[in-house]
Structures are given as C-alpha cells and as structure tokens.
Design a protein around this ligand. Sequence first.
Ligand SMILES: Nc1nc2c(ncn2[C@@H]2O[C@H](COP(=O)(O)OP(=O)(O)OP(=O)(O)O)[C@@H](O)[C@H]2O)c(=O)[nH]1
Ligand SMILES: [Mg+2]
Length: 367
Amino acid sequence: MNIGLAGLPMSGKTTVFNMATRATAQVRDYIAQSDEINNGQIKVPDERIDKLTAIYKPKSTVYATVEFTDIPGVAKAQDGSSGASFAGKTLANIRICDALGLVIRVFGGETVPHVHDRVDPAADIEELSLEFVCADLALVQNKIERVNKEMKAGKKPELLKELELMEKLKTTLEAEKFISSLTLTSEEEALTRGFRFLTQKPMLAIGNCSDDQLKNSEDPFVKKFLTAAAARKWTTLLIAAKTEMEIASLSPEEESAFLQEYGISESSRSRLLHEAYRVLNYISFFTVGEDEVRAWPIQRGFNAQKAAGRIHSDIERGFIRAEVIAYEPFMTHNGNKAACKSAGQMRLEGKEYLVADGDIIEFRFNV
Ligand SMILES: Nc1nc2c(ncn2[C@@H]2O[C@H](COP(=O)(O)OP(=O)(O)OP(=O)(O)O)[C@@H](O)[C@H]2O)c(=O)[nH]1
Ligand SMILES: [Mg+2]
C-alpha cells in the first residue's frame, strides 16, 4: 500500500515524509523546481503483534508496512505563470499511489515562502481539488472521444455502457465534484479501475501547523483548514510536522520519554499511520508460529482465498480451507491453538469467508 504525499510547493511534504519514515531527506527553504522523489517504508505499530510476539518468541516478527512517497510540488514552469498547477509528471506520480495524503499548509508564512505569498488553507485545498478534477476530466473526455470513434465502427453494448459511465463522470467533474462522491456499481467500479483517477482515491488531509496552532482549536487558519476539508468530506489530521520531524530523529526510547513529558499519548507518526490504514479501509490478519509472527494487511472485504494470496499465490490457488481464531479468544487462551480448538474457538472456513481484523489464520492448501 502506497500513500502519496502531495500538495502545493513548500507545504511541508518532505517534512511530513521525514517525520513518518524517520528519514532525513532534504527539506527546502526556497521554492524550487525539483523532481526528486523520496520513498520510504514504515512499519505500522500494532500492539497485538507485540503481544503475539511475547507469547511465541519467534525468530522474526513482521509488522504491516505502509509505503510513503514524497512527491515534490513541481509547478508548471514553462508558461511562466505564477500558478502552482502541477506538471504532467507530478500528476503521473500522484496517479500511481493507492491513497493520498494531501499536505496543506496551515503554519505561518513569516520565514517560509508560500507559492502565492499568502497562507490560506481553504484556497490551497480548492486549488488542489480543482487541479485533480481537471486532470481526471481530461482523461474522461479523451475516453469519450475514443469510445465515440469505436462506436462509429460498430455499436457494441459494452461500449454503450462505458460511454454512459464516462458521461456520468464528466457531469460530476464538471460540477467540480470528486468521482469518489458517486456511488458506483461494482461493474462501474471495475470500468474505472484502469484510469487510476485522482479524485477517486482515498484522501487524508494533513494540516501542517505550528506547535501553537496545534494546541489552539480557535486558530483561524486551523479553522479554515478543518472547514474546507470537511466540505470535501475528507478525513483530517493536524500535525506539527517540523517539530515532529525533530522528534523523529530521536531514538524510540528518547522519543517516548519526550512524548510522555509533553503529555502526548500517541506520536503523530503513529496517528498518521493509523489514519492512513483507516482511510484505506485496511485491516490485518495474523499468522503465528515459532518461526514468524506476522501481520498481513488486506483491504476490508477480502475473502479467505484472496487473503491467502497475500501470502503466496500457491496458497490462493491450492486453497482448501482456513483455520481461523479471532484475536480475543486467542489471547484468552494464551495463544494456545489446541486450547482454542477444544474450547470451540477454532473455525474451519471456506474460500468465501470474509476475513475480520485480527483473525489468526492458518491456511490449508494443496498444489
Ligand atoms: N514553521 C514551520 N515551518 C515548516 C513546517 N513544516 C515545514 N516547514 C518548513 O517549510 C519549508 C518547506 O518544507 P518542505 O518539507 O521542504 O516542503 P515541501 O512541501 O516538501 O516542498 P517542495 O518539495 O518544494 O514542494 C522548510 O523550510 C521547512 O522547514 C512547520 O510545520 N512549521
Ligand atoms: Mg519536498
């Protein structure tokens, strides 16, 4: 799962990236035209995995991971306009991500330049949204033209369906609404998949603010950010990225001591990861054993066979059944499978079983 950090230049994307991944990528203090992309993997903290590890003492423990991509806010420079509209390359980089963390500037502009020489989170959100809408609209219009051409060569019912869908998307986008605001049938959903529409992606709006703003819910910029993001129905997260980036350079022990001292229960990194997981509608199932305790991230709604495919395509192909124990009873029996089984807590599930968050699973398969 890949989360793209996108936003206007100088909104703090690289700072958020460093904070999230404990990396030390170069942040900037001037508006530049660079297309350097940063990538980083980060494990998703999960105390259930910690507890399972304590029981099994396995040779290795594997947490679920999330990949962050820091996409620079490269503007269209060629036409000399002062607008921050994205270059095609930036859009292409955003398009390949599974979800977007939109980094919106909420912090002040005294020392750090802003592309438009102002700090206005609501206007930035509108600018970004419009940018995404226009990019998707261009794809839709293109597709409509192509389908129309094909229809001339011979009407086909499936083309008609596609055309109807594209017209629906066009109307939505022309009203500056996101494709994600539409309720699509699973057939329509499948038809849109290949396009990787920007306005169809799960979005998390990250308001990058100062320490003071973080503590002050009455701050006008914070309010503006929250209102504008709510109007778009986005999940929001306020982060003081610069401070958090500095904290992220501490060792994990120093970090937790620091957080405790400041009365912060959860670091922003961990909040960011949890929110990302939620926005993406991801859950984890677990496999346990003396060799390995491991979390496997899957989208909610995966059936047992599809979930098996996360581990190996052979297990998916040769799927026979899944032995499933829910997390809670598993822990009540101290992680003892035999005890769970005799207590009637182990279920034998078939291919179509919908995997639940925290399921401990052992797959039986034959290839
Ligand atoms: N005061 C303050 N400054 C910040 C904050 N976050 C980032 N900055 C500063 O803003 C400048 C730009 O930060 P970056 O993280 O490089 O911004 P970016 O969005 O990656 O910029 P581009 O890659 O050029 O699009 C740097 O000088 C940061 O130190 C913040 O929360 N508060
Ligand atoms: Mg950057």
